[in-house]
Write a protein that binds this ligand. Structure first.
Ligand code: HMG
Ligand code: MG
Length: 297
């Protein structure tokens, strides 16, 4: 990947739709296909978690079965444990992601165990993935603040990120789950993690609750990070982080990156159209300034 290329990891179908009630299967499938058609090459398509915890994702196997598979696209799934991993393999997910937290409070609320217990639970998932030749991505949540524990030290984020990396995750995605970060803090956190995990193996996953995500991403690009998680139309939030809004909108990040001379391989017009369709299905307006401006033209 050249220095001017940025990889967009589209998490809308998972992080976005996990927060929306009763989205029809057809709308989920149409969204994934439309994103691939827009040139998105990595799509987090669903999650294999307990349906009692997140019923919105209970039909992920059906989504995987119904989407058109584009050879250039990675269709990934979130898997908290071996049961989830096995379900993801049965659904022929290309990659899986495990998800830990930099804060104890969020770890308990989100996956019902401590950070140490979560790392122990991820071991067999990573081992099974290694045997199946499946790549594992690792999330660290609450990297810039926790709804339960408050401020999180950059060193704590770096500690968890390093653990996941040395356990075998090829990429660590740093989640500002409740979107409270600001540019300088985002830079300091990223710099602290990059002392433990190579920058090329890091991704930013910023929610936009306080409207800071685009500024935070722009401030981190000069440090060398080139993988950004986004959700089309700014969909979503997190069921275990009250008040958290969606990820920064893919349209806004792509527009900014193209304006700065970065290449994403994504067709902005088709991306906006994908966001518009899912928002019509949900009865919402896209939470993307770029989409709103372009639609209003
Ligand atoms: P638990 O209750 O401690 O686990 O939940 P358990 O092993 O005792 O299982 C309880 C029940 O769930 C059992 O069923 C299991 O079979 C079932 P029962 O016997 O009661 O009928 N179960 C499952 N079913 C389907 N698939 C599975 C699975 N595992 C257990 N994989 C557990 C622990 C981790 C399962 C639960 O807490 C859970 O599913 N949590 C998921 C929470 C979640 O999905 N949160 C949102 C995603 S994370 C996020 O959004 C943040 C991120 O975007 C980054 C950021 O923004 O920071 C990634
Ligand atoms: Mg998230």
């Amino acid at each position: 990947m050249s220095n001017s290329q940025v990889k967009i990891v589209e998490v809308g179908p998972r992080d976005g739709l996990q927060n929306e009630q009763s989205v029809p299967l057809k709308a989920k499938v149409q969204l994934v296909n439309a994103l691939a058609a827009a040139g998105v090459t990595y799509i987090e398509t669903g999650s294999f978690v307990s349906p009692k915890w997140v019923p919105q994702m209970a039909d992920s196997a059906e989504v995987f079965a119904a989407i058109e598979r584009n050879a250039g696209v990675t269709y990934a799934a979130l898997t908290p444990n071996l049961k989830g991993f096995e379900a993801a393999m049965a659904a022929t997910a290309d990659e899986v992601a495990i998800f830990g937290s930099a804060s104890e409070g969020f770890s308990q609320k989100n996956i019902n165990c401590s950070i140490a217990e979560s790392l122990a639970r991820f071991e067999p998932v990573i081992e099974a993935a290694r045997k199946a030749n499946i790549k594992v991505r690792g999330y660290v949540s609450c990297v810039l603040g926790c709804p339960y524990d408050g401020e999180i030290a950059p060193e704590q984020v770096a500690w968890v990120a390093e653990k996941l990396y040395t356990m075998g995750c090829y990429e660590i995605s740093l989640g500002d789950t409740i979107g409270v970060g600001t540019p300088l803090k985002a830079q300091q956190m990223l710099a602290a993690v990059a002392e433990k995990v190579p920058m090329e193996q890091l991704a930013l996953h910023f929610h936009n609750t306080y409207g800071q995500a685009l500024a935070n991403i722009a401030s981190c690009l000069p440090l060398g990070v080139r993988t950004i998680d986004t959700a089309v139309a700014g969909l979503g939030g997190c069921p275990y982080a009250k008040g958290a809004s969606g990820n920064i909108a893919t349209e806004d990040v792509v527009y900014m990156l193209h304006g700065m001379g970065y290449d994403t391989g994504i067709d902005l017009t088709r991306l906006i159209s994908a966001g518009q369709t899912i928002c019509q299905d949900l009865g919402q307006q896209p939470r993307s300034n770029v989409a709103q401006a372009e639609i209003a033209k």
